[in-house]
Design a protein around this ligand. Sequence first.
Ligand SMILES: NC(=O)c1ccc[n+]([C@@H]2O[C@H](COP(=O)([O-])OP(=O)(O)OC[C@H]3O[C@@H](n4cnc5c(N)ncnc54)[C@H](OP(=O)(O)O)[C@@H]3O)[C@@H](O)[C@H]2O)c1
Length: 227
Amino acid sequence: MPPSTVLISGGNSKAARQLITTLLNHPQCPNLRILTRSQGVETLKRQFPLLSTLPHSIIDGNFMDEATLLPSLQGVSIVVYNGPSIDQNETCLASHEVEARHSQDEINPTHYMQDVSLGHVMRTGKLPLGYSELVEQGFIDLRDFAMVLRLIILDPMKHNRATYELVTENKSYLEVALILQEVMGRDVQCEVIPPATYLAMLKEENVIQNEYAEDMVERIMSASSGV
Ligand SMILES: NC(=O)c1ccc[n+]([C@@H]2O[C@H](COP(=O)([O-])OP(=O)(O)OC[C@H]3O[C@@H](n4cnc5c(N)ncnc54)[C@H](OP(=O)(O)O)[C@@H]3O)[C@@H](O)[C@H]2O)c1
């Protein structure tokens, strides 16, 4: 039986927005309660006007703050937790959220295809990378990820306590560049940036905000260096 109310956090993440799209388009869409920090509220209202109308709602909150976390869990039968990327609070936020739950599914997707900045590639013909273009990466289309989440949400008992590792395709970025080249009709080259420059770039873009994230990214880069 589909659940009555589903809480989705961080509601303004790429994955959550795909999930909201696929749920709102489904005839059995449950009541959606979206938890997002304040920056996300207006973005979500604009992208999904339906969320401003009951039975759906958007809550301005943060999982580190019990004052917003506890009320947002009231009457919820399923929580979809999607936390900050490469953040020391990633696990802590997740445990905050599951403390009150009886059952938990774990869904581990690989690298999102949508993380490639198509606009940048189209403008410059360059695909910037912090690691070797020859190493295969697992990719998943966020739309497929959202479809899997929807299947679980609409029939949760079938998936009780399950863990899913999701991957659609393994490809090196060299192969990705060739596909983009064909689709975009322009030359596309991988631009492998030296690790220190790549780290500095991620810091400037605020993707890396602390020592923990820097260490994580360094480990990922070293594992994907192809050496
Ligand atoms: N990108 C990938 O290829 C990939 C692949 C597999 C797994 N993942 C995992 O998926 C999760 C999300 O990553 P993403 O790339 O999808 O990033 P994203 O789209 O930027 O989503 C991250 C979300 O985390 C929430 N968040 C960030 N800082 C927070 C904080 N201090 N307190 C509470 N919430 C916070 C935000 O939600 P609001 O803005 O709505 O508050 C944000 O939208 C991470 O756990 C990441 O490890 C990512």
